[in-house]
Design a protein around this ligand. Structure first.
Ligand SMILES: [Zn+2]
Length: 479
């Protein structure tokens, strides 16, 4: 965006505020904010002077996505977007089979100073921030609706981005209010008031509300991957958390879609296991050195875990890594055909990348990370994803804190896709697990278990699973 455009938008925002104040209502004359509201390009981010901290904005989690997918605002979709990603019925309290998870593994070492403080966007205050009013009289309609007083909103004036797909834009600060529109992943809106649960935004020139957890002041990182060339992607030691990896001489491979349907979205497909020697190396479970909060293949309380475990063996004698690889290849083909770029972590029986290296590479070269696994139980219990344990210390640890809701949103999308393909789903589709992958992920990231030791893993079954996963990925990115 050119500078003059930016200035014009800011002026418009200021004008809008004035009009809003004068009118004392929620709607005012159309202005050209829309120009800025499309793709996640320019940021006029940064909290307006005196409008409160920048840190708060980080809370909802920044997302690395695809500004390319951000499209013009969809109008009045009364259809269902999301306000909360906790997801109905997705609580991991699924206790059937305290199933031992097949594999998490991780590493790390030194440095206890994890805490990524991805501070909210670059407070670039070009031009004095327009003084917008948290219009004193705006409470009218919404308040009447639920009888409650408007919650406190810290005045702000910043561009924020949707961190999930199909995020509802509502007439009021509650989930029963009218859905005015839906934000696509990465779509930008102007936030004028920030609250713990809800944010007040300007959407199509109208004052509306969006759940704060789905907004981030961090500009979507225009796909690192799209800019990258097709071919090998190795761990770059300057990448965040790279120093925690201990096995990283191998390389992932980036493939680009070639069709006219190319989306500019990169999906990391991680075929679980397949690192020879990986089970004899330990890495830090958490970047801050704290202990695991749940038990899996590594017990709760441990601070280190296997760098890459060898995986389980199916009842028919097939090794899990063979099957995860076969599914990864099928998924890769379907994704490329559908227009996604694909980052393949492993394409042979062995890749010298531990779970931290895989995660960090995915963080930096893709828009979401999907690790494929089968669980080590023998009950054919169905598919599920590993959700982030509801343990406050863990959910408050970076980078988990800023991203766990994105992980859940991705997990739920994948489970929805699998279910649609006729795949049996375990319990609510999620099981809480403290994984190395999750502990180092800064993009939507999920370990998905497609079944267990006695589940069908025939070629036909893998096709079905790949179709289901593709449908879930499409849903997640609003495609
Ligand atoms: Zn596994």
């Amino acid at each position: 965006m050119k500078k003059d455009q930016k200035v014009r938008i800011m002026l418009s925002a200021a004008a809008a505020a004035v009009i809003m104040l004068a009118a004392g209502c929620q709607r005012y004359e159309p202005i050209e904010v829309n120009a800025a509201v499309n793709a996640g390009t320019e940021v006029i981010a940064g909290a307006a002077p005196g409008s409160g901290d920048a840190s708060e904005t980080v809370k909802t989690g920044a997302i690395n996505t695809v500004s390319g997918t951000a499209k013009a605002a969809v109008s009045n979709t009364a259809a269902g977007g999301v306000d909360y990603s906790g997801g109905p019925g997705m609580t991991a309290a699924s206790q059937e089979g305290t199933a031992t998870v097949a594999d998490p593994a991780e590493s790390g070492s030194e440095n206890g100073a994890a805490g990524s403080q991805e501070t909210a966007a670059g407070a670039s205050a070009e031009g004095s921030a327009p003084a917008e009013g948290s219009a004193p009289t705006d409470g009218n309609a919404p308040a009447a609706e639920n009888g409650a007083a408007e919650p406190a909103f810290a005045e702000t004036d910043e561009t924020v981005y949707a961190t999930g797909s199909d995020i509802n834009v509502r007439a009021s600060w509650n989930t029963s209010s009218q859905v005015i529109g839906v934000l696509k992943m990465g779509e930008a809106v102007k936030r004028i008031g920030r609250g713990d649960e809800w944010s007040k935004v300007l959407y199509k020139d109208q004052q509306c509300y969006v759940a704060s957890r789905y907004l981030s002041a961090k500009e979507p990182e225009t796909q690192a991957a799209s800019a990258a060339a097709e071919g090998e992607v190795k761990l770059n030691s300057s990448w965040k958390y790279a120093e925690f990896s201990k096995i990283n001489s191998g390389a992932a491979m980036l493939y680009k879609a070639s069709g006219s349907n190319r989306k500019g979205i990169t999906v990391c497909v991680n075929a679980g296991h397949g690192t020879s020697g990986g089970s004899s190396v330990k890495t830090l479970c958490h970047p801050d050195g704290t202990a695991k909060v749940t038990g899996g293949s590594t017990a709760a309380g441990a601070t280190t875990a296997t760098a890459v475990s060898s995986g389980m063996t199916f009842a028919d004698g097939t090794a899990e890594p063979k099957v995860t690889l076969a599914l990864a290849k099928k998924l890769k083909s379907k994704l490329l055909a559908a227009g996604y770029d694909v980052l393949m972590i492993r394409e042979s029986d062995d890749v010298q990348l531990d779970n931290i290296a895989r995660t960090v590479i995915a963080n930096n070269a893709s828009d979401c990370h999907i690790a494929l696994h089968w669980d080590s139980t023998a009950s054919d219990k169905g598919a599920f994803y590993m959700s982030v344990p509801n343990t406050s210390s863990y959910r408050n640890m970076e980078p988990v804190k800023s991203h766990w809701q994105q992980h859940h949103a991705l997990g739920e999308s994948l489970i929805g896709g699998l279910k649609g393909a006729g795949v049996k789903i375990f319990s609510g589709g999620a099981m809480e697990m403290d994984l190395t992958q999750t502990s180092y992920s800064t993009i939507p990231s999920v370990d998905i278990e497609l079944g267990d030791k006695v589940s069908d893993h025939s070629d036909g079954r893998l096709d079905t699973l790949a179709e289901g996963l593709l449908a879930g990925i499409n849903a997640f990115f609003g495609q």
